[in-house]
Design a protein around this ligand. Structure first.
Ligand code: GTP
Length: 349
């Protein structure tokens, strides 16, 4: 690897796996390394950027955090990612390391391939692709289809070569990994974790290193400096999509949908969260996150739901002049009934 090139770490993993949490932790222990962060999110509410900007790390100031908000990075590489990288590389004070958080629905392959673009290739290299896995979700079978049902559908319709969009994406993100972080180990026992490890290994032909983590706590010395140069190996990490559509049919995210709900103040957060759990379960909401205005509280309540597991905590004070409000982004499969879910949530405040 050319030592002059700036190393870039790509962090991928399905919705809610713990990417932002891991990056927060990473920023607190980089031993002075100056980090530039590129964050990409699915849905029109920059929650991850907000969370990371709130870290106040000296080695990654608000200026060093760039949000890509025009859709999933894998589909906006040319229009969004490349110009952003070019601008970043023109800065007088170049970062020591670039960290890119992809959206939970992004395929990492097109992003890694972009590092072979002439302007980028000479200046930056992919230090490694790190795939964060929600071990509890794997154990609960969230990424496993009912294979008998899939086979039955295939027998009926030969053109159906797809597994579920979630399962496919999960495998594509694993396929691209140089390092796999089995996160959320606190939610499983040793035997359960062993089964997750076996299941993850069974889904990929390559054998990247797998480590375990709780709350994304992995030392920066483990995450940064893999030195792989992944852009030279994209041909061995093709996604389902690339394998099935070598003719160039564009990948899209039609299978997923998101919308933002804006509400007034929430007087009883505990009751609100309880009711949200019911709505999430009933309508198969995959991910819900945002901020809640609790009257009488100087702090903003951050709300994070991954499936029906909901975390909430006061993360920072509302800034002077900042409009208080409750804003939540809801993400689900495309058949989620937006009007019904929206109405149900709006009725809670
Ligand atoms: N129990 C448990 N919860 C965790 C762990 N790591 C992260 N979480 C929680 O999982 C939720 C999602 O974490 P994030 O870091 O936002 O996940 P993400 O992958 O960045 O999510 P998206 O960007 O929306 O795809 C938050 O409520 C975290 O507090 C863990 O190891 N154990």
């Amino acid at each position: 690897m050319n030592q002059q090139k700036i190393p870039a770490t790509v962090i991928t993993g399905f919705l809610g796996a713990g990417k932002t949490t891991m990056i927060r932790n990473l920023l607190s222990n980089t031993n002075g390394k100056k980090i530039a962060l590129i964050i990409n999110e699915f849905g029109d509410l920059g929650v991850d950027g907000e969370v990371l900007k709130g870290c106040g790390a000296d080695n990654c100031t608000e200026d060093d955090i760039i949000e890509l908000t025009n859709g999933c990075i894998c589909c906006t590489v040319a229009d969004d990612f490349i110009p952003t990288m070019t601008k970043l590389l023109e800065r007088k004070q170049r970062p020591d390391h670039i960290v890119i958080e992809t959206s939970g629905l992004a395929l990492p392959q097109p992003l890694v391939a972009a590092f072979n673009w002439p302007d980028i290739r000479t200046q930056v290299t992919v230090d490694g692709v790190i795939t964060v896995v929600d071990s509890a979700a794997v154990a609960a079978g969230r990424f496993a289809d009912d294979h008998d049902a899939v086979e039955a559908r295939r027998v009926e319709d030969e053109s159906l070569d797809h597994e579920s969009p979630i399962e496919e994406l999960f495998e594509d993100q694993l396929t691209c990994a140089d390092l796999i972080v089995l996160n959320k180990t606190d939610l499983l026992d040793t035997a359960g974790l062993g089964r997750v490890r076996d299941e993850v290994a069974s889904r990929i032909a390559r054998k990247p290193v797998m480590i375990e983590a709780r709350n994304g706590e992995v030392p920066a010395s483990v995450l940064l400096g893999l030195g792989v140069g992944t852009e030279d190996d994209v041909a061995n990490r093709k996604s389902h999509h690339e394998l099935e559509h070598e003719d160039g049919i564009a990948h899209d995210h039609d299978e997923f949908d998101s919308f933002v709900v804006e509400l007034g103040p929430v007087v009883d957060p505990a009751a609100f969260v309880d009711s949200l759990k019911g709505i999430i379960g009933e309508h198969d909401v995959l991910r819900l996150k945002g901020f809640v205005d609790v009257p009488g509280k100087p702090m903003r309540l951050q709300l994070q739901a991954v499936g029906s597991r909901v975390d909430h905590y006061f993360d920072r004070a509302w800034a002077p002049g900042e409009a208080r409000g409750t804003r939540l982004v809801v993400i689900g499969l495309h058949d989620m009934d937006e009007a019904v879910v929206r109405t149900a949530i709006e009725a809670l405040a």
